[in-house]
Design a protein around this ligand. Structure first.
Ligand code: IMP
Length: 250
């Protein structure tokens, strides 16, 4: 099915839901999908009181993350000494990583400033179309001549981040580099390597520390893999999702 243009709040909501189904179908392809009847029985959330109960496993603990963020921050401080970087967070998923990382950039280079950009990609089936939409009030003159460090939660296919990079280059940035907490490089659709990587992430659907599933789980202080029964109620027992999807954070 061809990508559907989003024209209304309702269309956006439907598209968002469809995206999460896209993500979920990817996750379910990685783990043996339960039969539909079992899916229906398991979706009551009984016994699962908190987000913690929904985790199949923890991939990176709070301690793992904070240790790695400090290392990245020190490296970035060295590399950007005297460069007055513009640190640009890609919303929404990067908000937690962003706020920890900027505080870890020590000694903090003079002239460091911060801003944000929102990116959403619209696609059909199980893959993004690569039609990435950007939303920002960042003026061209604030980017021109600046060394920009993009902060992203996860680079997956790389369609989103490469679109953001191209936009910043068109705005006249002196340089553009990327710090991503997670690099799920197995799913790349473009040959792209971020300059700063927190962890190379296995090909699983992960949540926490800013990353969401249908806007949930962002507040978890660690990164984990969801139990299949947490998305099984969507009935995605191997079926192809339909319609267009938003794989970003709209
Ligand atoms: P890309 O354009 O395929 O690289 O995807 C980038 C966006 O997809 C990220 O900023 C996330 O919002 C979302 N995403 C990709 N993989 C995951 C995941 O495992 N969990 C949650 N969000 C994800």
């Amino acid at each position: 099915m061809a990508p559907t243009p989003l024209t209304s709040a309702r269309a956006r909501t439907l598209t968002f839901a469809s995206t999460r189904r896209t993500m979920v179908s990817v996750a379910m392809n990685l783990q043996a999908a339960p039969a539909k009847t079992a899916v229906k029985e398991a979706c009551s959330c009984s016994g699962r009181q908190t987000y913690h109960d929904d985790m199949a496993k923890t991939l990176y603990t709070e301690a793992d993350i904070s240790k790695r963020v400090v290392e990245l921050g020190r490296q970035i401080a060295q590399d950007y000494e005297g460069k007055a970087p513009l640190v640009l967070g890609v919303l929404k998923g990067s908000f937690m990583f962003f706020s920890d990382l900027v505080r870890a950039v020590e000694p903090c280079p003079r002239g460091l400033t911060m801003d944000f950009i929102r990116a959403s990609s619209y696609g059909s089936g199980t893959e993004s179309s690569g039609d990435v939409k950007l939303k920002t009030d960042l003026k061209r003159e604030k980017v021109e001549g600046r060394h920009v460090l993009l902060v992203e939660d996860i680079v997956d296919t790389a369609l989103t981040i490469t679109t953001v990079i191209r936009h910043l280059q068109e705005c006249g940035a002196a340089s553009v580099a990327v710090a991503t907490l997670l690099d799920k490089h197995e799913r790349r659709r473009l040959p792209y390597r971020p300059e700063y990587v927190g962890f190379v992430c296995p090909n699983e659907f992960v949540v926490g520390y800013g990353l969401d599933f249908d806007e949930e789980y962002r507040s978890l202080p660690y990164i984990g893999v969801l139990k299949p029964e947490c998305y099984a109620h969507l009935g995605l027992d191997g079926a192809e999702p339909d319609g267009s999807g938003d794989s970003g954070d709209e």
